[in-house]
Design a protein around this ligand. Sequence first.
Ligand code: GLN
Length: 311
Amino acid sequence: MPGADLDAIVADIAGTLARAEDWGEVASYIPELAKVDPAQFGIAIATADGRMLVGGDADTGFSIQSISKVFALTLALGKVGDQLWDRVGREPSGNAFNSIVQLEQERGIPRNPFINAGAIVVSDVNLGSYQPRVAIGEILRFIRYLAGDDSIAINGEVAASETATGFRNIALANYMRAFGNVHHAADLVLGLYVHQCAIEMSCRQLALAGRYLMLNGRHPDGGRVVPPGRARRINALMLTCGQYDASGDFAFRVGIPSKSGVGGGILGIVPGRASIAVWSPGLSPSGNSHLGTQALEMLAQRTGWSVFSPP
Ligand code: GLN
């Protein structure tokens, strides 16, 4: 994709979506997120050859929420390797992100690491023998390293707001603890989980943080973040499970491994080509950014980028 073309595509997507009439509904179950103005849209693309293309509100910070599950999973796999898969599955759930229904039948083993139950087990692993504060520091440092940006921080108000209202996640953690699949007390595990979700990043910072997944596990500075096979598997999970019960439709419409969050962000990875971040706070009923999904669909159509098409 020649540079000028990609610039024009990004400008066109940002221009078209800035005029959107239906922005979707902002998440309201976390009170602090309900305050965000829905009429915002940003896009940033970090390419494998080192370019950065931005459009719209690409430098506005937003709550990354469940996108943090990608970075938390990467850390947990670094700590316990494939043993993680004894405690978390790798199948799409076909259920909402915060669903509890499958846990009973599946004896407290969540379907995948990207639904809340799975991410809570991942947090339990990342907590290890640390105090939550130390484990939170570890994930924040990891994300800053990936993005090459030490200004990335946690929004304490969002974390407090979710802590005060996250009854479902407390239930999920305790339910899995009853099966022996969560080892720490719910308040400790969720202390870590809620703070990683409350990390605030802009599209530009998020696209930079995702580069290791487009570069076969390498940091652009040359360091190895994960082995190539692990980057491939994380991308596979993003494709099959990254948008919860809308993952199939998303693969059909977009075809790019992506992870969404209820803050309205989506991180998309085109292996060998691009790390893409889009953000618009309004969600569709499945809890994924309404315009963010549309933006990635437009981008995939115009660039031909997809894991299902030849390069
Ligand atoms: N912190 C949010 C929650 O646990 C994350 C959900 C999401 O982004 N889908 O509900």
